[in-house]
Write a protein that binds this ligand. Structure first.
Ligand code: KIV
Ligand code: ZN
Length: 510
């Protein structure tokens, strides 16, 4: 029987460290449920000591999922470990994941510790975590730049102290596949108690080798892979879960290992994350990009018509990308809408179905064909959007090419519905979107720096929903906002208002 490789998903922790990928607690829980459906073995839910919000999100995820282990990350420090345990303890199968840097450069310049002190800290941290649970993982941060014999000692000490998983991260994405293979093999051959734990790998993508390095490590005997959906993560990101799983499945004869992942949930998982964080899937993204199965050249098309296997190494169906996803139109009933939501993995209450049904009908008036992506965007927009404290009531925008500068008139309401205060203003701007933003800033009384503004079409066609994401910063606080609407200017206004609401909430929480 093929060996099992455990999939440790860190989308909600390392992934969330990706610029612009911040998720609120509800969004994290929704993503955690999807990861559970996908069949990952471990969800790393966050870094509980980082903030109260992180702590609460980890705790909520630990309580929300059943069939998957929930890990919390903590430094190799007693207070961090205690807080981590507090956050994960209610999970059916909690894990404490503690880490400490082991490379010379990190030990000297970041930790100001000698190698012996680092060994002591690892021993103390893992033993302390072990008092809470048997399920303890230790990560040697910057392992790939650490001295190999020191890493042998670190791994032995961590296992002796009770770690059941020892992770060997390529923290700065520096390693190359053949070298990383040799490192894992060296540990397999030289750590005397290596069979008492699982060796894990965690690769960053700075040199574009995260997936290749992870696969090389699997070949050398690593049996846990740490990865994120769409490869999001710190800087250039982490190894992409969908790439790893499909490489392992498609080249089974080479790797001879298996995972528990339901591959037909890969595309739905990527799409859900993309919708939640407002980051479109790049068209040329391996496995799930819009072009991944599109054959443009005549020679390829001819080959595929004669026999798909000429140019197709896996099928769209195998990753859950069905071609018949035009779903609902003007005449569909609420039952069809409910079925579609369920098929997409959303269990909605009756009142939520009614809200979605109305949103689908409204969209059907503007758009000929409604696709899965549209329904998912509407679910996020109409069902799950948190109640904003400031809301858009109305707006009108003037854009032109003559002497009159673009301007916008905006009406917003503030405070609880029913007792809300209405405010209105109009402003000029460099362009129509800028004019809308200026009027919103003026009504709210905050002028943030706009760091990111991106617009993408949710589906094909001129009538596609526009998906807008913004990232703003003000007095050291950053926030992202997202919105989908058939009108790109309105979507931009809603995204900005969403970001300002989130910023307000983040300031309050601090
Ligand atoms: O990249 C890294 O080293 C990490 C560890 C904390 C596992 O994210
Ligand atoms: Zn990392």
């Amino acid at each position: 029987m093929a060996d099992r490789v455990y999939v440790f998903d860190t989308t909600l922790r390392d992934g969330e460290q990706s610029p612009g990928a911040t998720m609120n607690q509800d969004e994290k829980i929704r993503m955690a449920h999807q990861l559970e459906t996908l069949g990952v073995d471990i969800i790393e839910a966050g870094f509980p000591i980082a903030s109260q919000g992180d702590f609460e999100a980890v705790q909520a995820i630990a309580r929300a999922v059943d069939s998957v282990q929930v890990a919390g990350l903590c430094r190799a420090v007693i207070g961090d470990i205690d807080r981590c345990w507090e956050a994960v303890q209610d999970a059916k199968n909690p894990r404490i994941h503690t880490f400490l840097a082991t490379s010379d450069i990190h030990m000297k310049h970041k930790l100001d510790k000698t190698p012996d002190e680092v060994i002591d800290m690892i021993q103390t941290a893992v033993s302390h975590a072990k008092q809470y649970t048997d399920n303890v993982e230790f990560s040697a941060e910057d392992a790939s730049r650490s001295d190999w014999d020191f890493l042998v000692k670190v791994t032995e000490v961590a296992i002796e102290a009770g770690a059941t998983v020892v992770n060997i991260p390529d923290t700065v994405g520096y390693s190359q596949p053949f070298e990383y293979y040799e490192l894992i093999k060296y540990l397999k051959d030289n750590v005397k108690n290596v069979d008492d734990a699982i060796l894990s790998v965690h690769c960053h993508n700075d040199l574009g080798c995260a997936v290749a390095n992870t696969l090389a490590a699997v070949t050398a005997g690593a049996r846990q892979v740490e990865c994120t959906v769409l490869g999001i993560g710190e800087r250039a990101g982490n190894a992409a879960l969908e790439d790893l799983v499909m490489a392992i499945n498609t080249r089974k004869e080479l790797y001879d290992v298996e995972t528990n992942v339901r591959t037909e949930q890969l595309y739905p998982s990527c799409r859900r994350l993309s919708q939640i964080i407002g980051m479109p899937i790049p068209p040329n993204k391996a496995i799930v990009g819009a072009n991944a199965f599109a054959h443009e050249s005549g020679i390829h098309q001819d080959g595929v018509i004669k026999n798909r296997l000429t140019y197709e190494i896996m099928t769209p169906d195998s990753i859950g990308r069905t071609s018949n996803d035009i779903v609902i139109g003007k005449h569909s009933g609420s039952h069809a809408v409910k079925n579609k939501a369920t098929e997409l993995g959303y269990e909605l209450e009756n009142d939520q179905i009614q809200v979605l049904f109305k949103a689908v009908k409204d969209l059907a008036d503007k758009k000929e064909q409604i696709y899965d992506e549209d329904v998912e965007a509407l679910i996020l927009e109409s069902v799950y959007r948190r109640k904003d404290r400031f809301r858009l009531v109305d707006m009108s925008v003037f854009s032109g090419t003559g002497d009159v500068p673009p301007h916008a008139a905006t009406v917003m309401e503030f405070g609880a519905k029913g007792a809300a205060e209405i405010k209105r203003t109009s402003c000029f701007g460099e362009g129509s979107i800028d004019a809308v933003f200026q009027s919103i800033y003026s009504l709210i009384g905050v002028v943030p720096r706009l760091e990111v503004y991106s617009v993408n079409a949710v589906t094909e066609g001129a009538d596609a929903l526009a998906s807008v994401a913004v990232r703003i910063a003000h007095n050291g606080t950053k926030a992202v906002g997202r919105a989908n609407d058939a009108d790109v200017v309105k979507a931009s206004a809603l995204a900005m208002i969403n970001a300002l609401n989130r910023m307000e909430k983040a300031k309050e929480e601090r």
